[in-house]
Write a protein that binds this ligand. Structure first.
Ligand code: PXP
Length: 243
């Protein structure tokens, strides 16, 4: 059965818009867990634009499932990861100007640095996942890094412009997933998955976990907006001075 990790970064984005404690990430995590979410994913970015250091510790110490921490190879974030010791760290590339994680890890250009981070995290008992483009030419490098998991970057699939492009990327994902599984590494996938494109990914042999954030958090607004509006309207109706 495919597990679902829910990325709650964008709940933090909303929370930070008012500099408040509301909406609470811990309350969100509890709702997710009570409704089938298998674990909680957060990305502690170098610029702390959504998840903050205190969120990492609070969630890590209090969720009922576990935290999958996405992070770049950055010393300051590594320090926080080693102090919090989440169950799993997913190493991702990070550029300051990007809106969201663009592309998978550059294994060729940053091999030694990535290896050092993996070694340090593993020494601390943390499971390692690597966020990688579905490119079979990377298999040997992945093998020598020996991560516990590989998360296939599905952004290219999600953003594909036509059926031809989409089918080509799907077949790359299938081939890549097969090879990763053959190495005894757990296959995960994520990025850009939504209510229209997730089914094709679920049919791929080998995929054991998905990480989905934006589409779930965005849809929550719409499925909750009617209830939220009528609750406020009833409160106003029931409290207003009767004339
Ligand atoms: N997996 C990784 C490694 C990511 O960086 C992200 C985005 O933070 C996701 C999954 C979730 O992507 P989305 O928010 O588009 O569902």
């Amino acid at each position: 059965m495919i597990k679902l990790g829910i990325n709650i970064d964008h709940i933090a984005t909303l929370r930070n818009a008012r500099g408040d404690f509301f909406p609470s990430l811990l309350a969100a995590a509890a709702i997710i867990e009570q409704n089938g979410g298998d674990f909680i994913t957060i990305h502690l970015r170098e610029d702390r634009r959504h998840i903050r250091d205190d969120d990492l510790f609070l969630l890590n110490n209090n969720v009922s499932t576990y935290v999958n921490l996405e992070m770049a190879c950055n010393k300051d974030v590594l320090e926080k990861a080693l102090a919090a010791k989440p169950v799993k760290v997913t190493l991702v590339p990070e550029k300051r100007e990007e809106i969201t994680t663009e592309g998978g890890l550059n294994l060729a250009g940053n091999f030694d640095k990535i290896k050092d981070y993996i070694d340090e995290l593993k020494r601390n008992g943390i499971l390692i996942s690597l966020f990688i483009e579905p490119d079979v030419s990377l298999i040997d490098k992945i093998c020598s890094l020996a991560p516990d998991d590989v998360e296939i970057h599905t952004g290219g699939y999600a953003n594909s412009k036509n059926f031809k492009e989409k089918n080509k990327i799907l077949s790359d994902i299938k081939e890549f997933s097969k090879k990763v599984k053959e190495m005894g590494i757990k296959v995960c996938a994520g990025h850009g998955l939504n209510f229209h494109n997730v089914e094709e990914i679920c049919k791929i042999d080998g995929i054991e976990e998905l990480n989905i954030g934006y589409s779930i958090v965005a849809r929550a607004l719409f499925v909750g907006l009617a209830k939220s509006t009528s609750a406020m309207k009833s409160l106003i109706r029931n409290s207003e001075r009767k004339v």
